[in-house]
Design a protein around this ligand. Structure first.
Ligand SMILES: *Cc1c(COP(=O)(O)O)cnc(C)c1O
Length: 360
C-alpha cells in the first residue's frame, strides 16, 4: 500500500530496520547519550534557544497537547485559542476539562487567521495563546508571524501545536518567541507513532517549575525534565521509537538540516498540486493558506469518502479521509513521509482512471 495520509506515514528502510530489532535495555549510558543527542537536534531544528529543554513523552501527539496545558497553564490564566478544525477543537476541550479560563477564536473551515480576527483581543488581559501552526483537519496553515507579533505586543505565553508542520514547514521558535512547541513521531518525522515531543523555552520552564502543580503523575513535565538532565525518562519509554527518531534526526542533519527537509516536502507538494491543474481533475483546493504537509481537496463530482474507499480497495493506496461533517466533502493528500514524485504519478494515474470510468 502506498500511503499518502498525514500519519502514520511511510518510513525509510533505516527507520524500519530498528522496528524489527530486539528492544534494548535503556537505563544505560548509551541510551542516555542517544536521548541527549535527540534533545540537541530537536532544539536545533526548532531553532530553540540554548537554554531551552526537550521532554520526550510516550504517548501520541494529543498526550503532548494535554501535557502542555496541564503543566504550563492554571486557573489564573486567561487563554486565547484558535479553533479552525478538529485539532483546534481538541485544545478547546482540553482547556475546558482542565478548568483553564479561555476565549475561543472560531474560524470557518478553510479560512486563514487574519488581523481582524485578533483585533478584538488586544489589551484585554489575556495571558496565553494556543494555536495549531497547521490545522491538519482542514489543511490551513496559519500565519505564525501575525500570531507571534500579537503575542509579543500583548505579552502572551505562546503554545504552538506543530505536530503536522515541524520539519515540513519553516518554524523558528526563538524568532516567534514560542513558549512550547509540540510535535510527534509519526508525522514529518516519519517514525512509528508513540512519542510526543515538547520543546520548552525558558518561559515555559519557569511556568513548569515554579507556578504549576501538575495533577497527573505520568505527564508531569517536572519529572520528565529532571530525568532528562541525564538523558533518561521517569518511566519505560517507547525505546525503539526513540531510536528511530535518533536515526531520522541524524539523517536530516547529514542532509543539511531542517531547511532541506522542509524544501523536500515543499517540492513534493508543488509537484502534486501542479499535476492537479495540468490534468484538470475535478477537485478544488479548499484552504486559503496551504501547508507543505497536505493538500485538502473538495471533489466536485463524487463523495470524498467514496473516493478514499475506491483508491484504497481498487488501487492499493491510502489517501486521507476526513471525519465528522467533512466526511463527504473533503479528502486530503499528504506530502510527508518517505514519498517520491513517481508515487504521485501513480496516484494521479488512479484519479485519471477513475475519471475515465466516470466514477469522478
Ligand atoms: C495529528 C495531529 C494531532 C494529534 O496527534 P495524535 O498523535 O493523533 O494524538 C494534533 N494536532 C495536529 C495539528 C495534528 O496534525
Amino acid at each position: 500500500m502506498l500511503n499518502f495520509t498525514v500519519g502514520p506515514v511511510q518510513s525509510k528502510e533505516s527507520v524500519l530496520a530498528i522496528g524489527s530489532e530486539q528492544v534494548p535495555y535503556f537505563r544505560t549510558s548509551e541510551f542516555s547519550g542517544l536521548m541527549l543527542e535527540n534533545e540537541c537536534l530537536m532544539k536545533k531544528f526548532a531553532n530553540a534557544t540554548d537554554d531551552s529543554r526537550v521532554a520526550f513523552l510516550t504517548c501520541s501527539g494529543s498526550g503532548g497537547m494535554e501535557a502542555a496545558i496541564m503543566n504550563s497553564l492554571n486557573k489564573s490564566d486567561k487563554a486565547l485559542v484558535v479553533n479552525g478544525g478538529s485539532f483546534g477543537e481538541r485544545f478547546v476541550e482540553l482547556l475546558s476539562l482542565h478548568g483553564i479560563p479561555f476565549t475561543e477564536i472560531k474560524l470557518e473551515h478553510g479560512k486563514a487567521l487574519k488581523p481582524e480576527d485578533l483585533a478584538p483581543y488586544e489589551n484585554k488581559g489575556y495571558t496565553s495563546f494556543l494555536v495549531q501552526k497547521h490545522e491538519t483537519s482542514t489543511g490551513v496553515h496559519y500565519d505564525i508571524n501575525l500570531i507571534s507579533d500579537f503575542c509579543k505586543r500583548n505579552n502572551l505565553f505562546l503554545i504552538v501545536d506543530a505536530i503536522s508542520s515541524f520539519l515540513c514547514d519553516p518554524f523558528d521558535m526563538a524568532a516567534t518567541n514560542t513558549g512550547i512547541m509540540i510535535t510527534g513521531s509519526q508525522k514529518a518525522l516519519a517514525c512509528a507513532p508513540g512519542i510526543a515531543m515538547l520543546v520548552l523555552a525558558p518561559s515555559a520552564l519557569k511556568r513548569i517549575s515554579e507556578e504549576n502543580k501538575c495533577c497527573c503523575q505520568y505527564l508531569d513535565l517536572k519529572l520528565a525534565l529532571k530525568n532528562m538532565e541525564r538523558g533518561q525518562t521517569p518511566w519505560t519509554p517507547a525505546v525503539s521509537i526513540l531510536r528511530q527518531i535518533n536515526v531520522r534526526l541524524r539523517e536530516i542533519e547529514a542532509m543539511g538540516g531542517a531547511y532541506t527537509e522542509v524544501a523536500r516536502c515543499a517540492e513534493l507538494a508543488k509537484y502534486f498540486r501542479d499535476k492537479l491543474v495540468e490534468y484538470k481533475l475535478p477537485f478544488e483546493i479548499v484552504s486559503e493558506s496551504l501547508s507543505n504537509a497536505v493538500t485538502p481537496l473538495h471533489p466536485t463530482t463524487q463523495s470524498a469518502y467514496e473516493i478514499f474507499l475506491k483508491i484504497k480497495d481498487d488501487y492499493g493506496m491510502w489517501i486521507c479521509p476526513n471525519g465528522g461533517d467533512m466526511k463527504d466533502t473533503i479528502f486530503r493528500v499528504g506530502h510527508i513521509g518517505y514519498l517520491h514524485k513517481d508515487d504521485y504519478d501513480k496516484l494521479i494515474d488512479a484519479f485519471l482512471d477513475l475519471r475515465e470510468k466516470k466514477f469522478i
